[in-house]
Design a protein around this ligand. Structure first.
Ligand SMILES: [Zn+2]
Length: 259
């Protein structure tokens, strides 16, 4: 698939229990878009999953790494991915995009000595447009997730590919993703989250989002235990029937062509 646009899920784990026991992998998402190679949210095991991928994904060929927020299941491998992308600093290049809290303050996650290995570090702001070579993307308005968290939409003209990452549900949320053709939703809970302090989505939230956004394809990922117990592919099938749109559940290693 060297010349085609696609994304590959190197992980679909979404709660600390699922990540800690690696019931699903937690490596994040690799994207190849118009010849540009991008890694989104390199969680625990991202580097290993790249090496084990068939064919292997070579981090040295990445042009960019994007972090949506500073939680460990989204950024654990960011440092090793920067090191691998830049040949340990012998092959400087590439760009890191991340919210300011990933870079400064008590939640900073990027090691200082690695930063000079990069071509540039771009601080992500809410509701802004960015370019990675010929690939345009924009951030959402802020999610409600306790730390700076932004969803990402790639504007592949004519295809809009959105990642609605971790957040608590709120009324405005679906409007951030209006126009998405493919919408990847990070759904951790089968039932609604057991108490309001938990800032993740449940399946009812996904229903509300899907009804408003009506993407051509909805892809579920980032599963907690209750979603795994419910069997994500069965959940996706019943949502397909209920909502009248194509819903699939991501598996580790799932490749989605983006033509
Ligand atoms: Zn999170």
């Amino acid at each position: 698939m060297s010349d085609t646009n696609y994304m590959k899920f190197l992980g679909t784990a979404g709660s600390r229990w699922v990540v800690a026991r690696q019931l699903r992998a937690s490596g994040g998402i690799y994207l190849q878009l118009n010849g540009t190679r991008i890694f989104l949210d390199p969680g625990p095991g991202a580097l290993v999953r790249c090496a084990q991928s068939d064919p292997p994904i070579d981090p040295a060929k990445l042009q960019a790494v994007i972090l949506t927020h500073s939680h460990i299941d989204h950024c654990n491998d960011v440092n090793i991915m920067i090191d691998a992308m830049t040949g340990g600093g012998y092959n400087r290049g590439g760009t890191l995009f991340a919210p300011v809290s990933c870079l400064e303050g008590e939640h900073a996650v990027v090691l200082r000595y690695l930063r000079s290995f990069l071509n540039s570090i771009v601080t992500l702001e809410p509701d802004r447009r960015y370019m990675i070579e010929r690939v345009a993307f924009h951030t959402s308005k802020p999610h409600d997730h306790g730390v700076d968290t932004f969803g990402i939409t790639f504007d592949l003209d004519p295809l809009k590919l959105s990642f609605l990452v971790d957040t608590r549900y709120f009324e405005e949320l679906p409007s951030f993703y209006r126009g998405a053709d493919i919408l990847v939703v990070y759904v951790t809970f089968f039932e609604q989250p057991p108490h309001p302090g938990i800032m993740h989505l449940g399946l009812d939230d996904v229903r509300a989002i899907a009804r408003e956004v009506r993407p051509r394809q909805l892809i579920l990922t980032h599963f907690g235990l209750s979603m795994l117990e419910a069997d994500p592919s069965r959940v996706a099938q019943s949502l397909t029937d209920e909502l009248g749109l194509s819903v699939i559940a991501a598996d580790d290693g799932l490749v989605v062509p983006l033509e």
